[in-house]
Design a protein around this ligand. Sequence first.
Ligand SMILES: C[S@@+](CC[C@H](N)C(=O)[O-])C[C@H]1O[C@@H](n2cnc3c(N)ncnc32)[C@H](O)[C@@H]1O
Length: 322
Amino acid sequence: MEVINYKDYLAAVLTQFPLRPGTDPSGWIDGILAHTAYKAPMVPFFQITPEVSPAQNSDGWVHFSSIVGKSESHQELVRRYFQQLMPWRKGPFQIDGIPIDAEWDCRVKWNRFESKLPDLTGQTVLDVGANNGYYLFRLAEKKAVRVLGIDPHPLYFKQFLALNQWLPQPSNIQFLPIGYESLPQLESQFDLILLMGILYHEKNPLLSLQLIKEKLKTKGKLIVESIVIPGDASTVLFPRGRYAQMKNVYFIPSVGALESWLFKTGFKSVELLSVSTTNSDEQRVTPWSSAASLDDFLDPQDKSKTIEGYPAPERAVMIATI
Ligand SMILES: C[S@@+](CC[C@H](N)C(=O)[O-])C[C@H]1O[C@@H](n2cnc3c(N)ncnc32)[C@H](O)[C@@H]1O
């Protein structure tokens, strides 16, 4: 049976984003692939190399197309192939005409910062916590020369690899299934880093920011996005139990506190781009998502609170420079 060879894929990515001298790439890759999720092989969709077109965006849906055609039987196979990789948290995508309407409509977040992106022509971009890569495809349209996504969750890497089969190769969009904690092992530095939906999941968000900052080039920029709570610069919520049903939420800053974290990490200019309440246009149950979403995480009597009684999620986006 033909399979997608994870090891070959990762070795090819490391030719673009090499490890620091002294780290053996083969051993490094084996360490990643020791995860049980990689024991099951991933079967490629196409048995022969297909003719494919660059991903196109229309209305923020990322479209992938192959010349195999759009017959009903082909589309049914495409649908089943991508259904095996549910739940899809980020999107939307359209693959040979099959729409993947994911739980999060990422067009909403993208629209909050797209106009503030620097000129990416020839630039190298990193998306930390890239999930399946939705934003990588949007960034690549901006003529970035190399775009890397990292996310340690094996399902999201597999979703990316599934989509990657519809991209002309070699591609300037790459993915490593690692957490940001492994970034010091990479040699590359980046002109732009996206750090979105990460900090409130971290036990030590300032340390996370420090690690990320070290990966920025001297004039590099960071787009940071987080859930925020109301309050002044000294306000941070540390939920005792869950927050909006999430177990892994530690510190949720106010807008002012997030700015202070950035300044304390050494960023010199911080611009607030938007603050908005998350609603069910952005996050909701779809045929491609899990069975529960935002509406199930809010107080049914009072949508301004989470089910645990905390302020409902608002999200802030900032751009920071060193
Ligand atoms: C809330 S989602 C945000 C996804 C995307 N950045 C966005 O804003 O839409 C958090 C993502 O971070 C990933 N993640 C978890 N731990 C991580 C780590 N240590 N380093 C990088 N990504 C991580 C998760 O797998 C998940 O895809």
